[in-house]
Design a protein around this ligand. Sequence first.
Ligand code: DX5
Ligand code: ZN
Length: 215
Amino acid sequence: MNILSPSILAADCTILGEQIKAVEESGARYLHIDVMDGSFVPALSFGMSLISSIRKCSDIVFDVHLMVQEPIRYIDDFVECGADIITVHQEACEDVTATLQKIKAAGVKAGLSIKPQTDVDVIEPYLDLVDMVLIMTVNPGFGGQKYIEASTERIIEAHKLLAGRQIHIEVDGGITKENVRTVLDAGANVIVAGSSVFKGNIQENVKEFMEILNA
Ligand code: DX5
Ligand code: ZN
């Protein structure tokens, strides 16, 4: 099954609760929450207090993407504030295995992400520990960037590496209604979309994405 995970980085924070309801009611199953620390990536975004407060208004699956150096320090905090899936970057962890084990031990799903310049096969040693692999399709740090075309081959490579396993392949960055078919055909099944969901009519955008995802 294909899943849409709208990224609230592109949402209007003054009416965030309403916008989350809108994506949920229109068929999105996950909500993508980008946490940036100003160190692993240049920008800062939001953290635990925002997640705790939106947890009160929605039961949607919280898909938390930690663009944070040494995220092992914060796993318990993110679980406590309501994360359902926690994805960490391979490049940000000194001990990837310990970080993923900590996520699993906390009772939530674990994701492992790689940046566009990282070899796809670095994920191989961790496949027994992950529920999801996140292939970044832009350089992490900002919303609204253009999809890096070379990502399509990387998704195909990840799909081959994961053959026969029940592991989701998520893609994040520059996904639009025009290119989403390409990433689905390459093997992705969890689709992050920020600008292309939250700019314009949210309900219509989600419905149009879902039609493509369900086709
Ligand atoms: C980028 C973030 C993305 C971002 C995607 O570092 O990880 O989740 O919000 O935004 P769009 O879909 O606008 O590229
Ligand atoms: Zn993200």
